[in-house]
Design a protein around this ligand. Structure first.
Ligand code: HEC
Ligand code: HEC
Length: 395
């Protein structure tokens, strides 16, 4: 069998274009002369060097052990050419990867299940503050009609794929990501993300490389999008000014919540509080406005006391020379770079989900290999802290 680099425990070949993109990112880092980079070269240069992985590297715990723990990369030439013993060993490590400590904890707070709301007459009219537009309750669940409450506050939205999409599967992007790109904590904030990043993620969804609890409709939408649709959507979101609609609040006690329509959490009308523990609990500042997909609606993200400062310290790493400091790849101020997306002002619970999904292998593909060395050092608490910190940053 020929040599090759395989993803997800050797089941899915990486496309040639991905390997090129990874190489470019690694070369870019090297050209910038990031100090201390060599110290982590087995991680960061892994893809670059995989085809030359020599005997010394095979024996190194860092090369084999770490990689297996991330569960993201397998060098086919290494695992398959060495006989049954090696295969059994490889499978053992992959099983360990699946049973990672993050997966063993109860993280259901980050992945609330979709709930079917009690029926309301779909013709019931809806209004939101400050808008002359009128929509109905039925429009909330219509994936082919974005509720554009403030059309003068964003650039003209192309009908396909932004405002109305194309039935049966190309849902209108602005229904979930909203006309200003801010999205909801259940989806994601796309405002100002680069064309390259958005394009890459659409491909990742279409190739089932982001297969987490919240990706079903996004995946179906991405599969239905052609190259032109992706280009139009990416250009639209990339041109929007970055926005942060979350207010991060540190608290040990938080309002009791119920999960409602669209898997969104609302303050429990029955009242009461409960301990937050190690969770991020998000509630809309105005539940009715958020449910009506009002792009002005803000959210409060409750995070454990001390998380923002703890997250800032982890993000900074060991200083500007640390290749694992978030800004190395995500750019100064975490405003995004040619390599990696904007983190500043993203919904904290979304950020947590992505870190956890990448760590557990539910999100792979794209350039997630560059995150492997970062994730190897993060436990659930650290990921919560990082999510709190980046979510607290204003554009
Ligand atoms: C039904 C709701 C829905 C619609 C419609 C929708 N998305 Fe999404 N989108 C989501 C959700 C939910 C996620 C987050 C998935 C996850 O947790 O990984 C997401 C994530 C994304 C991401 C990844 C963001 C990141 O930071 O990595 C991109 C890019 C994206 N969507 C683009 C689009 C485009 C373009 C369209 C229109 C063609 C679209 N979406 C339509 C729900 C939707
Ligand atoms: C070596 C480069 C590198 C470093 C260092 C790095 N990242 Fe990333 N990160 C990336 C790349 C590349 C992606 C995009 C992956 C893809 O293509 O899907 C990414 C994606 C992410 C995402 C998903 C964002 C989204 O919109 O879905 C999060 C969250 C994230 N990184 C957090 C962090 C944090 C927090 C740190 C610091 C503790 C960090 N990263 C350090 C390269 C890096």
């Amino acid at each position: 069998m020929g040599k090759g680099i395989f993803l997800g425990g050797g089941v899915e070949p990486i496309r040639a274009a991905d390997i090129r993109a990874w190489r470019e990112a690694v070369i870019l880092l090297r050209d910038r002369g990031v100090g201390g980079f060599r110290q982590h070269r087995n991680h960061l240069l892994w893809l670059d060097t995989a085809v030359q992985c020599d005997a010394a590297m095979h024996r190194s715990a860092c090369c084999c052990g770490e990689r297996a723990r991330w569960g993201s990369l397998t060098w086919k030439g290494q695992f398959w050419n060495r006989g049954v013993g090696m295969r059994v060993w490889a499978i053992g490590l992959l099983v360990m990867a699946l049973a990672s400590p993050a997966g063993a904890q109860d993280l259901s707070w980050a992945y609330p299940p979709a709930v079917t709301p009690p029926p309301v007459d779909p013709a019931t009219p809806l209004r939101v503050a400050g808008s002359a537009a009128q929509f109905t309750v039925g429009d909330i669940d219509n994936y082919f009609k974005a509720m554009d409450w403030f059309p003068s506050e964003h650039p003209p939205m192309p009908e396909v794929p932004l405002a109305v999409g194309r039935p049966p599967e190309l849902r209108a992007c602005a229904v979930c990501h909203l006309p200003n790109g801010a999205g909801h904590p259940e989806s994601s904030n796309l405002a100002g993300q680069s064309v390259a990043y958005i394009t890459r993620q659409m491909a990742a969804f279409a190739h089932d490389e982001r297969a987490s609890a919240r990706t079903k409709l996004m995946t179906a939408t991405a599969k239905a999008a052609d190259e032109h649709d992706v280009a139009v959507a990416a250009a639209y979101f990339a041109a929007l000014p970055p926005v942060n609609v979350s207010r991060v609040e540190e608290a040990s006690m938080v309002p009791r919540t119920v999960v409602g329509a669209g898997a969104m959490r609302f303050v429990d009308p029955a009242g009461g509080t409960e301990p937050l523990g190690q969770r991020i609990i998000v509630v809309p500042m105005d539940g009715a406005a958020a449910a009506a997909r009002d792009m002005h609606a803000g959210f409060i993200s409750y995070v454990p006391p001390g998380s923002v400062a703890k997250g800032a310290a982890i993000a900074a790493g060991k200083g500007t020379d640390d290749p694992l400091a978030c800004a190395t790849c995500h750019g100064a101020g975490l405003r995004g770079s040619e390599i990696a997306p904007i983190l500043r002002g993203q919904h904290p619970v979304y950020v947590f989900r992505q870190l956890n999904d990448m760590k557990t292998g539910k999100r792979s593909g794209g350039q997630t290999a560059l995150m492997a060395a970062v994730l190897a050092g993060l436990d659930t608490e650290s990921m919560i802290a990082l999510a709190a910190y980046v979510g607290s940053l204003q554009p």
